[in-house]
Design a protein around this ligand. Structure first.
Ligand code: 0O2
Length: 284
């Protein structure tokens, strides 16, 4: 619907009689924008486009057809959004409960997203997935995504095992790119899980991809993702930059290990030298 409206709204009003001044401006504008059609022809085409849109794309039967077919898609995205909310809440609860035991929050932040339509279509094309909703739900695992950014590498594994121990979570797949980084240098722990969502009169199991990263891993992945848009580099420069990014990833891994070692030493010291648990002045 929005596409139809935009198409319609962005076209100039075709029946406006152009004044000489407007006509001149229009020609300047068209020359500037390198348009394909001469002025008169453009107007004729706009009128033809509008007639086509009114008669076909705005007919009641076509609009009913669009509504009928977009509803299941909107519903599917809404279900994935519900699954994201369930999983995000689970991590907020884990973070709060573990903060007492650890005296700090193991989760720095949580980011969530439902896959964008263009990213979904690109994946369907890449994997040659048939154009129907059940094939999409069955074969695409990351429509719902939750990214959990942790303080230290050990927090990742502690949180992942606490999450997987919950009896309504089913593990579908696990990819440990921390123990076995991608050739790009990418590090993260990925879990594909199924989580139930409870609707008005049904329960549905939905797939969610959970990515666990430390702040350092997320820093690298976010910047590297942005740099991917630079496709037109000469091959030797592209290789040099890929090597540079891999080197940055290795340095970041080293930083993570050093920060983890500092944390471990402090934790050991605290265990060996416990604070006096009794509060002076309180009789219990
Ligand atoms: P988006 O929507 O932009 O996040 P599978 O889904 O398992 O069949 P896929 O997609 O190859 O196959 O899975 P993979 O590689 O395990 O995980 C894909 C996601 O991990 C990507 O999402 C990224 O979020 C992240 N990722 C994987 N490799 C890299 C990498 O080299 N650099 C960065 N920055 N991120 C990476 P998408 O597919 O990009 O989709």
């Amino acid at each position: 619907m929005r596409i139809l409206l935009r198409f319609f709204l962005e076209k100039p009003a075709p029946h406006d009689a152009p004044s000489a001044e407007n006509q001149e401006n229009k020609m300047d504008q068209e020359n500037n924008e390198n348009m394909l059609f001469p002025v008169g022809m453009d107007n004729t085409l706009s009128t033809a486009n509008e007639d086509f849109v009114r008669e076909n794309l705005m007919s009641d039967s076509f609009l009913d057809f669009v509504e009928e077919n977009t509803k299941p898609i909107d519903q599917m995205f809404a279900y994935y959004q519900c699954a994201i909310m369930e999983v995000e809440t689970k991590f907020k609860v884990l973070d709060e409960s573990l903060s007492v035991e650890l005296e700090r929050n193991p989760i720095e932040s949580i980011k969530t997203r439902v896959k964008s339509v263009d990213s979904l279509l690109r994946k369907m094309k890449k994997k040659n997935i048939p154009l129907n909703l059940s094939a999409i739900e069955e074969r695409i695992n990351d429509i719902a995504g939750v990214r959990v950014i942790c303080s230290f590498p050990d927090d990742i594994y502690d949180l992942a095992s606490a999450f997987l121990a919950q009896d309504d979570i089913t593990l579908i797949a696990k990819k440990d790119y921390i123990k076995d980084p991608k050739p790009s240098g990418y590090r993260s722990l990925h879990l594909i899980v199924e989580v139930p969502i409870f609707l008005k009169d049904e329960k549905r199991n939905m797939k969610v991809e959970v990515q666990f990263r430390t702040i350092a891993m997320d820093f690298w992945a976010s910047l590297e993702h942005k740099l991917h848009y630079k496709h037109d580099l000469p091959p030797e420069r592209a290789k040099a930059l890929a090597d540079e990014l891999r080197d940055c990833a290795e340095r970041i891994e080293n930083l993570d290990q050093r920060m983890q070692a500092v944390r471990n030493e402090i934790a050991t010291y605290n265990e060996e030298n416990p604070k006096d648990a009794s509060f002076p002045g309180f009789p219990f």
